[in-house]
Design a protein around this ligand. Structure first.
Ligand code: HEC
Length: 283
């Protein structure tokens, strides 16, 4: 126990250091050959391993479970009895690692969070505008959709990514994601690929995964939804991608926008066949 507290305190100290980093404006990405921050990265990985034994994501899974099972909204029904995440109504096991996928009822390809939002609107009668009002965690506030997505993701722990690419719209969505990934624009003429399309890129202490490779793509989806030590909040990939659009100096996409589904499709299909460890910890 003592050991764990010691490790936790060290994590908190590192977390504060990361938070300080996070407040600095992002400078232009540049490859850093020196490798001076490898030790920091290794330390972080070590602390994450310790912390993941007592994963804070589980608190959000518990909250998500309550929300999933409760009869709620103007129609007073539960998601458990109405929401099909691709494997049948209420079926959770393995659903997350097989998303994004095509849904005939919506005639659209949807990622996990977008699908849950869709169910909340269609079955429970919530208003889409309300769900989009404050979609990201901050301070003590965690949006319901973040807890729900974490709960759903928890049911795919230790399962392999197997995102379908059969339906023409699934293939098309992947291609759109690939194009968005490579699309350069904005004041810096950046694309996702500028920061995430080659090996050995770094910003400050962070290694940037090359998301066009299978290992890099796994890093992009592994550990999400994640408890982020910077700020101590739970986030889903919706937030992560949104924040990267901001770093790229692009307009931020709408909440659960199809462009995010496309990017998620691109990254998750690239990670297919590899194991998802479940909701995790991110810095
Ligand atoms: C200006 C550089 C930059 C651009 C452009 C950029 N990102 Fe990022 N991205 C980052 C940084 C910095 C991180 C945080 C890395 C960390 O914390 O280890 C990150 C993290 C990520 C992660 C999470 C990786 C992980 O280890 O969990 C994903 C996924 C991601 N970006 C996707 C994208 C996508 C998709 C785009 C294009 C819309 C994009 N990024 C554009 C800098 C960038």
């Amino acid at each position: 126990m003592k050991k764990r507290i010691g490790a936790l305190m060290a994590v908190m100290a590192m977390s504060a250091a990361f938070a300080a980093h996070a407040q600095q404006p992002v400078k232009k990405a540049a490859p850093n050959a020196a490798g001076a921050t490898d030790a920091t990265t290794a330390d972080f990985e070590k602390f994450r391993d310790v912390l993941e034994e007592d994963n804070p994501a589980e608190l959000f899974e518990a909250r998500g479970e309550e929300l999933w099972k409760a009869k709620r909204g103007p129609h007073n029904v539960s998601l458990a009895e109405t929401c099909d995440l691709g494997l049948g109504v209420g079926k959770l096991k393995g659903a997350y690692v097989q998303l994004p996928r095509y849904f005939a009822d919506a005639d659209a390809v949807m990622d996990a969070e977008r699908r849950i939002a869709y169910c909340m609107v269609k079955h429970q009668g919530f208003k889409a505008e309300d769900l989009a009002k404050k979609p990201f965690s901050s301070g003590n506030y965690t949006p319901e959709l973040v807890s729900l997505t974490t709960y759903v993701a928890g049911h795919s722990r230790k399962m392999k990514f197997a995102v379908p690419q059969k339906h023409p719209k699934e293939k098309e969505t992947y291609q759109i994601g690939k194009e968005i990934f490579a699309y350069r624009a904005g004041p810096w003429d950046f694309s996702c690929s500028t920061c995430h399309g080659q090996e050995g890129m770094r910003i400050r202490t962070q290694n940037l995964p090359n998301l066009s490779t299978s290992e890099g793509a796994l890093r992009a989806v592994q550990g999400w939804p994640g408890y982020r030590m910077t700020g101590g909040v739970m986030h889903t990939l919706q937030w992560r991608l949104n924040d990267c659009f901001r770093q790229q100096r692009f307009p931020e996409p709408n909440y659960v926008s199809p462009s995010l589904t496309a990017l998620l499709s691109y990254m998750t299909v690239n990670a297919n066949g590899q194991m998802y460890k479940g909701p995790g910890i991110k810095r």
